[in-house]
Design a protein around this ligand. Structure first.
Ligand SMILES: Cc1cc2nc3c(=O)[nH]c(=O)nc-3n(C[C@H](O)[C@H](O)[C@H](O)COP(=O)(O)O)c2cc1C
Length: 487
């Protein structure tokens, strides 16, 4: 199938290059060893029951998908959003873990990946304001700030601000979920602090306008995340690993209207939304401050013993080019003017990752978003051995390559790349401009693999399979809102 397929990249890897992608990576705090440098990034599978549980039928579907990623050569496999509160879900069919009711099945899930030498991390998550109106009547958030496009389109209900006791209860939920996952044999958890979900809403001054100890300075905005990590660390043994997924420009944007706590109501919300949308274009100083804050948070995470930070970007308001934000695009365009070598790097968030990785001494960095060619991956991965992971030479340093959409189209892409069989990921023919095709085909393929069918590489085949129509409609609604915002 691969020979006649249209693929990204022009060259296969040399033996030495393939070897460097096949190098094990020791996670510094837990001591866990990941067998190679390929990470399957979190992808919401939507394969649980509508109450977030996994019965045997749903487990079997999950196992089909995770078995194919584990057999396909991914060393680190991160689940899609696993919700810490089943009443607050990002998507209807997210797995939710808030107690031990699925413990036996979670154990089988972890074992399936580990049987192939992979490490399984659960991405633990809370949607905050980003939860669909039909799922959550009253979403909660750091502050009662609605999401510009999605609340306008009535996709999400208006959020209310969490009280301090509720913040503590939510932190406890992340801890409890982690304890259950540890008991089930998962290798670790990744806290989802990106893509505009609850933890990211705390970090972002546009969505967090609290005036108590959870809002204001970057130390205060990061407190929610740090307390989750401290709690998990205390409740689980050191060998249970903790990672974090971070966004690139969540940190330093202008304050939301008037920069102070306010409760939105029917009369103020239109003006507030207009101001928020205008806010989405940051100036240079704001971008700079955002990057500085991100570095500061990364150093806090290193101090707390976080094994890896996965760098990603974007949110519901900015779904372009793989969750790419307009300001992130701008940062990267400006960076591209600077150096020849940067131009060769295909990853969307490479500049941001460089900033962080050059400051970190211990914590590992995974870069996700935009990787499609084998050479692009090897160019980003500048480490040849674990011992060289101190960033003393000032070179950009990425420890692992994160793949999202390409992992759905071809679960064995790591093996194909390391065997020198392919130049890169398959190109999905464009019917809807590229990005939409990629997203629809990705979600469709997860479900095809779950049902023991081969992935397909074009949208028309996905559209013809009846169980994907609902997914397609849901994503169309979300993405259309993102497009409207970018025009
Ligand atoms: C269908 C789909 C589902 C996704 N679900 C999640 C998720 O549950 N959690 C998350 O952090 N990111 C999620 N993402 C984002 C990916 O992890 C990744 O950051 C993004 O797709 C960019 O990587 P790529 O260019 O390799 O696709 C999802 C992306 C897609 C396309």
């Amino acid at each position: 199938m691969s020979c006649s397929t249209d693929r990204y990249g022009t060259e296969v890897l040399s033996g030495a290059e393939a070897e460097s992608l096949n190098q094990p990576l020791r996670l510094p705090f837990s001591g866990k060893v990941i067998k190679n440098r390929f990470c399957k990034s979190a992808l919401s599978e939507n394969l649980a029951r509508s109450d977030g549980q996994i019965d045997n039928a749903h487990l079997n579907k999950l196992l089909n998908v995770y078995d194919s990623w584990a057999q396909g050569g991914f060393g680190l496999i991160i689940t899609g959003n696993v919700m810490v509160d089943r009443t607050m879900r990002e998507m209807e069919f997210n797995v939710s873990v808030e107690d031990e009711r699925d413990l036996g099945r979670l154990k089988v899930w972890a074992q399936t990946v580990q049987n192939h030498g992979g490490a399984l991390f659960a991405q633990i998550s809370h949607p905050g304001r980003q939860t669909h109106a039909h799922l959550t009547k009253e979403p909660v958030a750091p502050s009662a700030v609605p999401s510009p496009n999605f609340h306008r389109l009535m996709v999400f209900n208006y959020p209310r601000a969490l009280t301090v006791p509720e913040i503590h209860q939510t932190i406890q939920r992340f801890i409890t979920t982690s304890v259950v996952l540890h008991k089930a044999g998962f290798d670790g958890v990744q806290i989802h602090a990106a893509h505009g979900y609850l933890v990211s809403q705390f970090l972002n001054p546009r969505t967090n306008i609290r005036t108590d100890k959870y809002g204001g300075s970057i130390e205060n905005r990061a407190r929610f995340l740090c307390e989750i990590i401290q709690g998990i660390r205390q409740a689980t043994p050191r060998e249970f690993s903790i990672g974090v997924k971070l966004n690139s420009v969540d940190f330093g944007r202008r304050q939301s209207p008037k920069g102070q706590q306010q409760q939105w109501n029917q009369n103020t919300k239109d003006a507030a939304l207009a101001a928020e949308i205008k806010d989405l274009d940051a100036d240079d100083e704001q971008i700079e401050r955002s990057l500085d804050d991100a570095v500061q948070v990364s150093l806090m995470l290193e101090n707390l013993g976080v094994d890896f930070i996965e760098i990603s970007g974007g949110s519901y308001e900015s779904w372009v080019g793989g969750l790419l934000d307009r300001n992130e695009k701008r940062i990267n365009i400006e960076q591209q003017k600077l150096s020849e070598s940067t131009q060769k790097r295909e990853a969307h968030f490479a500049v941001f990752a460089d900033r962080i990785s050059n400051k970190l001494k211990i914590t590992k960095v995974i870069l996700t978003g935009g990787f499609v060619s084998a050479k692009g991956m090897i160019n980003a991965l500048n480490s040849l051995s674990d011992e060289e992971s101190i960033h003393s030479n000032g070179q950009p340093h990425i420890d692992m390559i994160g793949l999202g959409r390409p992992a759905c189209h071809e679960p064995n892409l790591p093996n194909l790349i390391m065997a020198g069989s392919v130049t890169g990921a398959v190109r999905i023919p464009k019917m809807l401009g590229g990005f939409l095709d990629d997203v629809f085909v990705s979600t469709g393929n997860i479900h095809r693999i779950a049902n023991q069918k081969e992935p397909v590489w074009n949208l028309s085949s996905i559209l013809l399979s009846r169980n994907h129509i609902a997914n397609v409609l849901l994503y169309s609604k979300m993405i259309w809102s993102g497009i409207k915002n970018s025009i």
